[in-house]
Design a protein around this ligand. Sequence first.
Ligand SMILES: Nc1ncnc2c1ncn2[C@@H]1O[C@H](COP(=O)(O)OP(=O)(O)OP(=O)(O)O)[C@@H](O)[C@H]1O
Ligand SMILES: [Mg+2]
Length: 425
Amino acid sequence: MREALLQWNPWWHDPDWREEWITREYYLNQCLNFINKKILVLFGIRRAGKTFIMYQLIRKILNTGVSGAKIVYINLEDERYPSDSSALDKILNTYYEITGEAKGFYLFVDEIQQLENWGGYLRRFTDLRKDVKVIISGSSSRLLEPEIATKLTGRRMEIPVWPFSFKEYLKTKGIDLGRDPYIRFGGEQGAVIHHLLNYMKFGGFPEVVLEKSIMGKLKYLNSYFSDIINKDIAERHTVNLRKIKDLTKFLLENIGNPVNITKLAKYLDISKPTLYDYLSYLEEVFMIFLVDFFSFGKEKMIRPKKIYAIDTGLRNAVSRTSRDIGRQAENLVFLHLKKFTDEIYYLKNKDKEIDFVAKINGKIWLIESKWEVKKTEKLDHLDLTAKEFNAYKLIVTKDRLGNNMIPLWLFLLTKPNEWLKYSKF
Ligand SMILES: Nc1ncnc2c1ncn2[C@@H]1O[C@H](COP(=O)(O)OP(=O)(O)OP(=O)(O)O)[C@@H](O)[C@H]1O
Ligand SMILES: [Mg+2]
């Protein structure tokens, strides 16, 4: 145990410790804002960069003058440790022994879901130890389940971790956006669209983005796909591996489409309840997202849900097609919207579909994703519905700006208040 702790916490001996990394300010700012008030919960898909965000946060804390001995990082994915909650007590005792510290420290616990009953454990721990700041991570949405959440009500700040955003992707290419991405790129859209298409093709997983060879990128993506299903899902649930893989591939191929449960169950030759279970497992590990029909009544229950993928690169790596740019663009719109709200729906009004209805800060947005817009194309249904709902409307395109349109690259690099400004150009 001593060995492992020393391995996990190089800063105890080396005050200059750091790794090669792309700094993720967006997450660090959120963490630093809340670290004194709440338990931080970093959650998200495998390989999105949760552990690296913890490292970067540790570096930040060290930079403020906190001594290394006051920071302890524990990785529960390490298979050497038992999963009963007394394991953590033992590890902490060893930490006290090694460093002589036992008060007012920062406790990082990576992959906490490995610990049985961790919610209760943490509640007791934080009740007794108000002097300790706690930061935990996990790669399953079960971390957020109500029964666990209520054990820590009001005391936790949940921070979803995503693969690199387009902005972070550009940063890895050494591209600085300046203050206004429109001013930076408006005159050279072609160049930024070039980057966008690459980002779309291989997605935003950090290792994949930083890997130079295409073979290497695909190897990573395929291994994520199998690890998530073989480990994250199959070790926690009883599933037919071949069927859940087929299902996942089918869903990933069909991003932006509604899922017809009856047909899909038949196609896979599984029962509907099993299909529902499988879908929930895939959501639990953040592989896919299902979007409801927008309605105030029961219609939501009978309309099919639409599917989106966590990452277009992961999707393209396991799909038979990657040429459908329109759908991938729509998937990127969805992922960006998710950063601002969980209230995202789709809508059909008088047979015309609207890709997204999103409620952001109390305001409704109607958003269409249209990679290619024809000059003569009519979007009357969007105008009508926007009036009816008193909503903002936005059409996200390849390169058109103004008249309620915004290019996808600019949309991805900005926030809702800026979308409005640009789309009025
Ligand atoms: N900010 C970053 N800069 C550079 N590389 C990164 C960064 N974040 C992640 N990576 C790369 O991606 C890999 C996966 O990141 P990390 O281990 O942090 O993900 P994770 O979400 O903790 O994954 P898991 O759930 O499998 O533990 C790292 O080993 C590293 O190679
Ligand atoms: Mg990790």
